[in-house]
Design a protein around this ligand. Structure first.
Ligand code: ACO
Length: 322
């Protein structure tokens, strides 16, 4: 069986760190409210002129370096983002040129906070079908550019950043003991568009701001995340007790805890970065994977479940052995 095995991971966070307390100067909010309701303590914001493709390129370079590979070894770039530099070309082709890559192909995937899970699933299919041997999968966002800074219920929750992994085709036995992506599960339901959206776009001739009915999204999150994780594990032929790490989308510590509990797994099996990054949308899972490796949590051979939900609603899970 042809498997898409992770051979490198890296991330990039912009220099500027904003602590919760900074919002107290301009909004009717508090560090205490933000921490207790979301688990977020601080987030990074991109510098003026620093764009999604810049951050994605830094993360991709770090992933290539950790794999001991160069841009010439890459056949494809799949970049998950909802905040590309321009309407077109894709941020992925901008990363391609910034890496100095002149062959292969590159494209963006847009599934908001579920973007990285969607990108991984696409990259896995490219490798499984023989279309590509090595694929850079990146999540990168500058959500600070779509924040309404007068809306305390959204602007304190999000951050900027990028994460990347390099996948390589390797032969496996076809069992759940193989390294690589073992199963994926994707879902969306467009009836829920009004729960989380940006109120502008190209065909409406504006950029717009993020709008969210947070408590409504919350109601869907735990159940849908536990269910998609369960489906992906079943498809992988793996049981929940074999899971070494849940690497969830980092939107809210209470959603992360609720999902782990529903899956019957303790919090010491969850990689948590939400306190330091806030919600970086499609970047949060690759950021958490890279940070998890750096912290010494994630090791080769570990069974990992990633899961995410976001605007659409769109949600999904990927089960992989690191
Ligand atoms: N500071 C102080 N008070 C606030 C703030 C703030 N920053 N924001 C909201 N409040 C107030 C509200 O106005 C409300 O006041 P009211 O009761 O007088 O009306 C009160 O706090 C409670 O608000 P809720 O929204 O009910 O609070 P909740 O406990 O649900 O927490 C949160 C809000 C953190 C947004 C939570 O609902 C959440 O995390 N939701 C899910 C977000 C998510 O997962 N999104 C998906 C991914 S994002 C993507 O796809 C782009």
């Amino acid at each position: 069986t042809r498997r898409a095995v992770v051979i490198g991971a890296g991330h990039y966070l912009p220099d500027r760190i904003v602590e919760n307390a900074e919002f107290e100067a301009t909004l009717d909010t508090s560090d205490e409210w933000i921490c207790s309701r979301s688990g977020i303590e601080r987030r990074h914001f991109a510098a003026e002129g620093e764009t999604t493709s810049h951050m994605a390129t830094r993360a991709a370079e770090a992933a290539l370096k950790s794999a001991g590979r160069g841009a010439d070894d890459v056949d494809a770039i799949v970049l998950a983002t909802s905040t590309a530099d321009l309407t077109f070309p894709s941020a992925a082709t901008m990363v391609q040129s910034q890496l100095g890559m002149t062959k292969g192909f590159a494209f963006d995937v847009q599934a908001v906070c579920a973007g990285f899970v969607y990108a991984l699933s696409n990259a896995n299919a490219l490798i499984a079908s023989g279309q590509a041997d090595r694929v850079l999968v990146i999540g990168a966002e500058t959500f600070s550019r779509i924040m309404d800074w007068t809306d305390r219920s959204t602007c304190v929750l999000f951050g900027d950043g990028a994460g990347a992994i390099l996948l390589e085709a390797q032969e496996g036995e076809g069992t759940s003991k193989d390294r690589g992506i073992l199963a994926t599960d994707l879902n969306s339901d467009g009836r829920y568009k009004d729960l989380l959206y940006v109120d502008g776009g190209v065909s409406t001739q504006s950029t717009g701001y993020l709008r969210m009915q947070g408590n409504q999204v919350f109601r869907h999150a735990v159940e849908k995340l536990a269910s998609t994780a369960h489906t992906a594990l079943e498809r992988a032929g793996a049981s929940t007790d074999e899971v070494d790490w849940i690497v969830p989308h980092q939107a809210n510590i209470r959603i992360i805890q609720g999902t782990a509990k529903k899956m019957g797994l303790p919090m010491d099996k969850v990689v948590v970065t939400v306190q330091d990054h806030g919600n970086t949308s499609a970047a949060s899972i690759p950021l958490a994977l890279s940070v998890g490796v750096e912290r010494g949590q994630i090791k080769p051979g570990d069974l990992i479940v990633t899961e995410a939900i976001g605007g659409g609603l769109a949600w999904g899970a990927v089960v992989l052995r690191w």
